[in-house]
Structure formats: structure tokens, C-alpha cells
Design a protein around this ligand. Structure first.
Ligand SMILES: [Mn+2]
Length: 355
């Protein structure tokens, strides 16, 4: 396991590489070319520049989160082949620069969804929160404005403004895409990129849907054990793997995360570890990483990751906003650093106990 932190680049992130380097045990960052649009080829010069900046700070790029998938690929339009070609070129450019892990998601229209990006808890901290009853009252085509007005002026990872200006049109385009069609389109994409992934030893790591159920009637296919297993079986190359996100899976209390981790052994290339509190069906608040602060047992989760011999990067996921910090929702320094230290402590104890 390699401890990492997500970093959005010096133009967008309030957290610096120098700060990240001071988190004990942190070996690298998970980053992206934030300004690259889905469907574009990532220029090699830009990848090199990003890599040089990270390495100059004494860190490594241990993965990309994300190389976003163009909607035409998810919808399965005839134009998808052109965008898959571009994706392959991006993978080649990353592979040639020694980057071998790519996280992505296959959610239609919206990336992750929340009803509140700064809900205040009793201790005064702020967290992201989800309440299906509140979401049901929102006109989906106004979802971007709802999220944006709630983001304290920071950009929201995965919510590209230029794409969301077309949100009505996107809903229309996805009208005939049910979960079966979405699954077929994912498999088509994966089969097309596998030879390149194998050539460059690139591990593709699909992120779980967040939350783990259908929102605004849009299909969900990466949300439970059976659905995820089906994706792994349909493209059995180990390059087709997962970003195991405990917060996304954990939004549904029916998901037994330690059991899922053990059954996906060999296919988990990247782990996002965070906690949340189940308040009611379809309703949760994010929490500190500590087990007793939320509903997930982080010790059991880390033990399962240790059991499968996780070799790839792991990162603390969304943190609370604490100590007056102002940052992108979920992505401040303070609480993620606390989470990182806690997860490293669990890992050390599990590791030494087993030797
Ligand atoms: Mn995640």
C-alpha cells in the first residue's frame, strides 16, 4: 500500500505539494490535468510538466484521477470510436511517462451528487451530506446551480461547468440508456482499450457510483457486489480493475465492504477510504475517518485491504472542513491529513500484528 493524497494542481488546489509532502508516510499524489476536457487527447508536454512539478516537490504521481470518459462513449453513439481513439492516445502518452494507474467513472450526466456541501455538525465542523428527500425536490437540470452555489466559490471535481451547461440536452441524450445499455457501452470501451493497457501495464480503476443507487432515474452499474463482479468477469484482464471507494459503496448499508474487498482480490488497484454516518435509508452525512465517528468499521476495512495485499495507492477521501480552513468541499488539508495518519496507524498495527 502506498499512501497518497488527491491534488488538483497548483492552479486549482488550496493545498500545496509542500504541505502534502509533510504528511507522514505520504509517497505521492493522485492528480489530473484539470483543464483537459473529456474526449481530448492529453498532450505529452502537459503530462511531463505536471510530472516535473510533482517530482520537484519530492513526490511522485502514483495515479490519475480522472481521465474522464466522453458522454458519446457512455451513450454508445457512433462517434464514440473517435473518442475511444483519443482516450487510447492519452493512455499511450501517460504510459510513456511511466504513469500506470487511471481512475475513471462511468456515471451518466452527473458525477457524485450531494444535497449539501457544507452541513454543520455538532462539533462545528462542516461535511458533505446526502438526503434523497431533498434531492427529489430539486429539478435535475438545475442541479449544477444548486451544487455550485453551495461550493464556497471553489470548483467541484467532476462537475465541469461547460458540460453542465448542456444538462437538459444530456438528459435527453441518455433517454434510451438503461443499465443494460450502459453496461454494454462500458464493456465496449474496456475491450477497445485493453491492448493499450496491457502494452503499457496501465491499470484501469473504475470508481464506484456515488451514491450507490439511481439518482434522477439515471442508471447505476458500479454499485454492489454482483454488478461489479459482472464488469470484472466481462473483461477478465487484470488491467480492468477497481477504485474501491468505501464512502460510495458505504452509502448503501447493504454493501458488506470487507467482504467485497476480499472477493475482488487482485482487481483493486486503488483505494479511497473514508467514513460516513447512515441517518436513514437514502440519507447520510460524511464523517471523520475514525470508526467511531461514522457507520463504517475502518479497522475491518483496512484489515481486508491488508489481507488482499493491496499494492497500489490508497488515499484518505473527503475530509470534514475544520479549524476554519476554506477549500474545495471535501478536499481541505487538515482533516484529510488526520485521516491519513489514522489510516497509516491502523495499517502499521495490522501489519505488525500479522508478522
Ligand atoms: Mn471516492
Amino acid at each position: 500500500m502506498k499512501l497518497t493524497l488527491r491534488w488538483f494542481g497548483s492552479k486549482h488546489d488550496t493545498v500545496t505539494l509542500q504541505e502534502i509532502r509533510q504528511i507522514p508516510g505520504c509517497e505521492g499524489v493522485i492528480t489530473t490535468l484539470y483543464d483537459a476536457k473529456a474526449g481530448e487527447v492529453w498532450p505529452k508536454a502537459d503530462i511531463r510538466e505536471m510530472k516535473a512539478e510533482v517530482e520537484a516537490a519530492g513526490l511522485k504521481i502514483l495515479g490519475i484521477e480522472s481521465v474522464n470518459i466522453h458522454d458519446d462513449i457512455k451513450i454508445g453513439l457512433p462517434t464514440r470510436d473517435k473518442y475511444i481513439e483519443n482516450y487510447i492516445k492519452t493512455l499511450e502518452n501517460l504510459g510513456e511517462e511511466g504513469i500506470d494507474l487511471v481512475c475513471y467513472n462511468f456515471m451518466p450526466v452527473f458525477d457524485w451528487t450531494r444535497s449539501d456541501l457544507a452541513k454543520q455538525r455538532e462539533d462545528g465542523s462542516f461535511v458533505l451530506s446526502y438526503d434523497q428527500e431533498l434531492i427529489d425536490k430539486i429539478d435535475p437540470t438545475r442541479m449544477f446551480e444548486e451544487m455550485d452555489s453551495n461550493a464556497d466559490g471553489f470548483l467541484l471535481p467532476g462537475w465541469e461547468p461547460e458540460r453542465l451547461e448542456r444538462v437538459k440536452e444530456l438528459f435527453d441524450m441518455y433517454r434510451d440508456v438503461d443499465s443494460e445499455r450502459l453496461f454494454e457501452n462500458l464493456i465496449y470501451f474496456l475491450k477497445a482499450i485493453m491492448p493499450t493497457c496491457q502494452k503499457y501495464h496501465i491499470k484501469m480503476a473504475i470508481h464506484m457510483d456515488d451514491p450507490a443507487w439511481s439518482v434522477f432515474g439515471l442508471p447505476r452499474i458500479v454499485n454492489n457486489k454482483a454488478n461489479i463482479q459482472r464488469i470484472l468477469d466481462a473483461v477478465p484482464e487484470s488491467n480492468n480493475g477497481l477504485t474501491l471507494c468505501t464512502g460510495s459503496l458505504g452509502s448503501d448499508p447493504n454493501n458488506d465492504i470487507p467482504d467485497m474487498i476480499r472477493s475482488f482480490k487482485g482487481r483493486i488497484h486503488f483505494a479511497h477510504v473514508r467514513n460516513l454516518v447512515h441517518l436513514a435509508p437514502g440519507k447520510f452525512d460524511e464523517a471523520a475517518h475514525l470508526s467511531c465517528d461514522g457507520s463504517l468499521d475502518m479497522y475491518e476495512i483496512m484489515k481486508a485491504l491488508h489481507d488482499i495485499g493491496l499494492e497500489g495507492p490508497l488515499r484518505p477521501d473527503h475530509g470534514r472542513m475544520i479549524w476554519g480552513e476554506r477549500a474545495m468541499p471535501g478536499y481541505g488539508l487538515f482533516d484529510r491529513a488526520l485521516g491519513a495518519s489514522y489510516l497509516m496507524g491502523l495499517w502499521e498495527a495490522i501489519d505488525k500484528n500479522r508478522r
